[in-house]
Design a protein around this ligand. Structure first.
Ligand code: SAH
Ligand code: MG
Length: 219
């Protein structure tokens, strides 16, 4: 199965054009510095999703060095992106990259712990697309805070749900130090699945992408 997904990714790389050369260099720098940026299949899926949905106010949780926010800004020339990061060395790089890619106007970087920053956001300002990609044990907290910050037709995408595939392993097969995160991610999936107001689906794209939207639009 994993072999099938790897082969699928390699095949897709041959079908679809790669990102712009300047973004490709940012991607390579990030990968060589072991910054966990979104994978190519996730980039492709986000491109499709954003082009189809055309959101205008995007919220990203987990900026790292700014790769995914710059990528999203490129796909959507009219959108504004708010993005949150708390790790100082990455904040420095992200700031530089937003300048280098001339996206400083359209991307606003919020510095601090994502849960705290979200609590401080003005509930009058709503987002129509949210990309969650920060502390993997905090997704439930992010989700619950985001509920008050989105339009009814918003889409929420959460990265790294599969945790390199370990989410699929029995909790007994998971190393002790990874058990909390394993349990939290599973609890989060069930929480979202059981949330009557929302509909969600887990896709085996990249490191696992969970898509969430409000499900009561036609009632
Ligand atoms: N979205 C980026 C990658 C993000 S990697 C891209 O694809 O280009 C996850 C980031 O979340 C890391 O840089 C990490 O420092 C940040 N992060 C982890 N915990 C956080 C927290 N509690 N608050 C804010 N950022 C956090
Ligand atoms: Mg990620």
């Amino acid at each position: 199965m994993e072999d099938f997904i790897k082969r699928f990714d390699i095949f897709s790389d041959t079908v679809y054009e790669d990102i712009d050369p300047d973004l490709l260099s940012l991607e390579k720098e990030a990968v060589s510095n072991e910054v966990p940026i979104i994978r190519k299949s996730t980039q492709r899926f986000l491109r499709w999703l954003l082009m189809a949905k055309k959101p205008e106010n995007i919220l990203e949780i987990g900026t790292a060095v700014g790769f995914s926010s710059i990528l999203m800004a490129r796909f959507l020339p009219k959108a504004h992106i708010d993005t949150i990061e708390n790790f100082e060395p990455r904040l420095i790089e992200a700031r530089e990259n937003f300048k280098r890619f001339k996206e400083g106007e359209r991307i606003t970087l919020f510095e601090g712990d994502a849960s705290e920053v979200l609590s401080g956001f003005d509930k009058g300002y709503k987002y129509d697309f949210v990309f969650i990609d920060a502390a993997k044990g905090q997704y439930s907290d992010y989700f619950n805070k985001i509920k008050e910050l989105i339009f009814d037709d918003a889409v929420i995408a959460c990265d790294n749900i599969l945790q390199e595939g370990s989410l699929l392993d029995s909790r007994f097969a998971v190393k002790r130090r990874d058990r909390t995160i394993h349990q939290r991610m599973r609890d989060f999936l069930h929480e979202v699945a059981d949330e009557g107001e929302y509909v969600s689906t887990l896709l085996p794209i990249g490191d696992g992408l969970l898509l969430i939207s409000k499900g009561d639009k036609n009632e």
